[in-house]
Design a protein around this ligand. Structure first.
Ligand code: RB5
Length: 143
């Protein structure tokens, strides 16, 4: 199950992503927002991040105007590795080396064709493992 989340600035791409995932036969759950009315991105990022850390969803694709705010909020959750990406190779590398479980995209920064290419790439790219396992383990810190 893929958790979807956005604020108003990423709402249109979140809706387009539903159709893309449907065409790929991938299940999704929408954690909001539900319109282009102005909202606060942490509210939706936290809800979808909790869906992932609780095991209800395996990974997530989040959107805001830049992809920055919604990823910052998600990354406050232990176990979330949200990658804010602007180019396809970043999306690919976020899987290969970082085992990113959230892809964060900025609707105001990239056109939909690029976003779609990044989502496809991110979904199909496996984690490389090996030495990257050790590095990922060092991301989490005890507060
Ligand atoms: C909302 O105007 C905008 O600040 C938000 O979508 C996002 O870009 C924040 O990082």
């Amino acid at each position: 199950m893929i958790a979807l989340a956005s604020d108003h600035g990423g709402f249109a791409y979140k809706e387009k992503t539903k159709a893309l995932l449907d065409s790929l036969g991938l299940a999704w759950k929408d954690y909001g927002t539900d319109s282009e009315d102005s909202v606060d991105y942490p509210d939706f990022s936290h809800a979808a991040a909790i869906a992932i850390t609780s095991g209800a969803c395996e990974r997530g694709i989040f959107f805001c105007g830049t992809g920055i705010g919604i990823s910052l909020a998600a990354n406050r959750h232990a176990g979330i590795r949200a990658a804010s990406c602007q180019v396809p190779d970043a999306a690919r590398m976020s899987r290969l080396h970082n085992d990113a479980n959230v892809l964060a995209l900025g609707q105001r920064l990239i056109d939909w064709e690029t976003a779609e290419a990044m989502i496809r790439l991110w979904l199909e790219t496996p984690f490389e493992g090996g030495r990257h396992e050790r590095r990922i383990a060092k991301i989490e810190i005890d507060a």
